[in-house]
Design a protein around this ligand. Sequence first.
Ligand SMILES: Nc1ncnc2c1ncn2[C@@H]1O[C@H](COP(=O)(O)OP(=O)(O)OP(=O)(O)O)[C@@H](O)[C@H]1O
Ligand SMILES: [Mg+2]
Length: 333
Amino acid sequence: MGARTTKAVYVQRKGQGFELLDYTVQQAPVYEKNFSTELFSEHLKTVSQALGLKTKQVVLMPGVADSLLRHAEVPMVPIADMRLMLKYNSKNYLQQDLPDYVFDCYVLPPRPGSASTELVKNQKCRVLVSAARKQFLDNLQEATKNAGLVTDQITPSLIGTANAFEMAQPEAFAKEVVALVDIGFKNSTITILLHGELSLSRVVGLGGDKLTSGLAEAMSINYAEAEIVKVGMAEEAQSMMMGLLMPLGRELRASIDFFEKQEDRTVSQVFVSGGSACSQFIIETLQSELMVPCKSWSPLSFLDLALPPQQMGTVEQLAPQLAAATGGAIAAL
Ligand SMILES: Nc1ncnc2c1ncn2[C@@H]1O[C@H](COP(=O)(O)OP(=O)(O)OP(=O)(O)O)[C@@H](O)[C@H]1O
Ligand SMILES: [Mg+2]
């Protein structure tokens, strides 16, 4: 569920593996002010029709505009108690008042080292916390029901991307320190995986929208024209694009610096997803800003493609956008 586009995959088990039956990228509904259950329900119907769905089970993956992901240190208690503890003391554990939110936790295994031993001694543990507004979750579930579907899971898209990466690049996931960067529409995200542990995640309020509107302004053209220039990456626009990508590069580099200093480890590669990852020029520019090898990646490499013939042509090009959706499906299966 992106701010600009909805990405969906239709996956089924096949023997020991998984099969991609279909996928779709659809323009997201434009809500007047708040999320509209009716609009989203109609949208889900469109998406399920495009996929030719024969199942009712769906996994919904809200983007960073509607979900939070944080690390926290909490007392070692059953997950159900942890959720309540976070609900009533979010300020204490997450340094932020989050009334009306619902929480979920994943306990991170202790890392070898003195800090972890200390934590265990104090009956505490490190957890990954996800949260979303209760009202939003209720609306999502109602919309899903009205579309004739059943909500199997609701997972933050950041988790989906990391899960897809684990399946698509198991070696790098388990053995390396890598950053997953998703360049979205309004927001971009960076997640750092340390030998398979999601150890940092940040949201940067810059994405493809800023690039297009920046080009429009600099070239005195309208937004739609600027979008064409951006996707075509005409030579005369390249230096402008480099300038527009600089703030994003700087923010991402700052997160990598922070992580590298704190953990005393070096990020070896950056894997880029999201709409802008379709542009080789954007990836190369980011690489020169970050000074770490950057590449786009396909979350589909571990799936058997059983797509309708007309979908085969574009799948390779669109694959970097399907990371979160693919990870969500796989985790549920
Ligand atoms: N080939 C391309 N070259 C450059 N930019 C592209 C290309 N294809 C798509 N984009 C850009 O990708 C952006 C949309 O990306 P994406 O679909 O990942 O966003 P989203 O997931 O809807 O947003 P968010 O993650 O912020 O919620 C648009 O700004 C679009 O211009
Ligand atoms: Mg997105």
